[in-house]
Design a binder for this molecule. Structure first.
Ligand SMILES: Cc1cc2nc3c(=O)[nH]c(=O)nc-3n(C[C@H](O)[C@H](O)[C@H](O)COP(=O)(O)OP(=O)(O)OC[C@H]3O[C@@H](n4cnc5c(N)ncnc54)[C@H](O)[C@@H]3O)c2cc1C
Length: 444
């Protein structure tokens, strides 16, 4: 461990911390050493992934551990369906592996993660620990694909957990917001490699809201981005094809115009204009929506799911019941129109299937994720405060890695297994070695 004088900040720049030390262990034994030494000194410990949470989930004034040197695939065990046919594999991956590294590694093995978010810089353990998800009415979030994990607890013990071994620790740690221990490796269920046929086109919010249920089922992975102050949306529909389907990737020019230029460089310039002249935001959004032209392409799943995001923003995302989502979006539109609040960033609308993960935002209910964003140079406070009121009125549950104001007492009423989670944490970390400012707010 090295003593640190360098401040740490998250990707969005809204969380800044001063860790007392930093450590980049290369083995599980080294992780154990760092944790036990810190616990003996009475220091706190936090593991950071890629620092891409908007909440202070990875912030610490104690020792900041990074598993950037604990990466790659450890082992693969083929799995079979009830008829005995191979239907994928359980793949054990070192926890610090970034998602953008994992996609190509799995592809070379004929495998893929069943679903991904729209971005791939995160570490596997960081993404799973906050409940990262993608979109798809039949697609569960990342924690629900975890079938086993190895955890270093506060007393230095190394626990191997699954449904069959330390089942309660497994349930808590597969969405554990870094509060129950340090995950050193994870076993995730992967499916045979697949290709996605992507279709993107402009549409209207009114049309989407008229049959949101139908829209959510219109492709394997359907989502849309709504440009506030307009009725314009950009639809993205991804359809799964076999792994040997012919690829028709975006040409370099279309890729530049789409992801690199519009999503990043030009969009950043538009956002800076909106920050200087907020009253121009509705015009800017109309222009941005028109600039997102239709395109279709077919590529490896991990290349289609994720895109680069270089324009910094702040984000709040809630999971609401699918049946309530059209009302929530209508209320959001009315609130923005009435309040005079402006944002150049689109609202992202996605879906996920119910799962059984204790702390999951989709625990036992199909959900629609509604995410509001604000450019990092513009004030997000009023937008997020008013949006959160709407989400809460619809029984929304906050994403653990995105901004929200919920506290332990609020969450204990909405997260069904909150008390089970807390009792596992009390048992594994009675002295709160893994606590930080975020866990002090969201956990007792
Ligand atoms: C540009 C951008 C795009 C995003 N897109 C999506 C999206 O499409 N879908 C979505 O759901 N979310 C999305 N997010 C949110 C993001 O996926 C989560 O916040 C995720 O947790 C970030 O992963 P990370 O590796 O940066 O974790 P960090 O933010 O570094 O850490 C998150 C939590 O995990 C804990 N942790 C990290 N490693 C370990 C470990 N080894 N053991 C135990 N705990 C650990 C940390 O202590 C912390 O509590 C996005 C965020 C950004 C900035």
């Amino acid at each position: 461990m090295t003593t640190s004088t360098t401040p740490w900040q998250n990707w969005a720049g809204n969380v800044i911390a001063s860790p007392s030390g930093r450590s980049n262990p290369t083995t599980v034994a080294e992780v154990t050493e760092v944790v036990t030494a810190a616990a003996e000194r009475g220091s706190r410990v936090k593991c950071v992934g890629a620092g891409h949470s908007f909440t202070p989930a990875a912030s610490t004034d104690g020792v900041l551990i990074s598993l950037d040197d604990l990466t790659g695939i450890e082992s693969i065990v083929p799995t079979r369906d009830p008829d005995g046919h191979v239907d994928g594999a359980d793949v054990t991956v070192w926890a610090g592996t970034r998602l953008h590294q994992l996609g190509p590694l799995l592809w070379d093995l004929g495998l893929a993660q069943p679903n991904l978010g729209d971005f791939a810089e995160q570490s596997l353990a960081g993404a799973v620990s906050t409940g990262t998800h993608g979109t798809g009415r039949d697609a569960v979030g990342m924690p629900a694909t975890v079938v086993g994990l190895q955890l270093v607890a506060a007393d230095g013990s190394v626990l191997n957990c699954s449904r069959g071994s330390n089942p309660e620790v497994f349930e808590a740690a597969r969405l554990g917001i870094g509060a129950v221990g340090i995950i050193t490796k994870m076993t995730i269920h992967c499916v045979p490699a697949f290709v996605l046929s992507a279709e993107e086109h402009p549409w209207t919010l009114s049309a989407a809201l008229a049959d949101l249920e139908g829209f959510s089922r219109s492709a394997d992975h359907a989502e849309f981005f709504w440009f506030p102050h307009t009725d314009a949306v950009t639809v993205k529909r991804n359809t799964r094809l076999p792994g040997d389907a012919e690829l028709r990737p975006l040409g370099r020019f279309r890729e530049l115009v789409g992801d690199e230029f519009l999503s990043n460089e030009a969009f950043g310039a538009l956002c800076r204009t909106a920050a200087r002249r907020p009253s121009m935001t509705p015009r800017i959004n109309r222009f941005a929506a028109r600039a997102m032209s239709a395109r279709a392409y077919t590529d490896r799943s991990y290349r289609v799911f994720a895109s680069p995001r270089r324009v910094r923003f702040r984000e709040m995302e809630y999971a609401v019941p699918v049946a309530a989502a059209a009302g929530v979006l209508g209320d959001l539109r009315d609130m923005i129109d009435r309040s005079g609040i402006v944002t150049p960033f689109p609202v992202e609308v996605r879906f996920a299937a119910a799962d059984d993960v204790w702390m999951s935002t989709a625990h036992e209910r199909d959900v629609c994720y509604v995410a509001v964003h604000q450019f990092h140079l513009m004030d997000h406070t009023e937008l997020f405060r008013s949006a959160e009121e709407i989400f809460l009125a619809a029984d929304g549950r906050p994403h653990w890695g995105k901004m929200h104001t919920r506290t332990a007492s609020d969450l204990s009423n909405t997260v069904r297994h909150f008390d089970d989670f807390v009792s596992v944490r009390d048992r594994l970390d009675p002295d709160r070695v893994f606590a930080n400012e975020y866990t002090e707010r969201v956990l007792p």
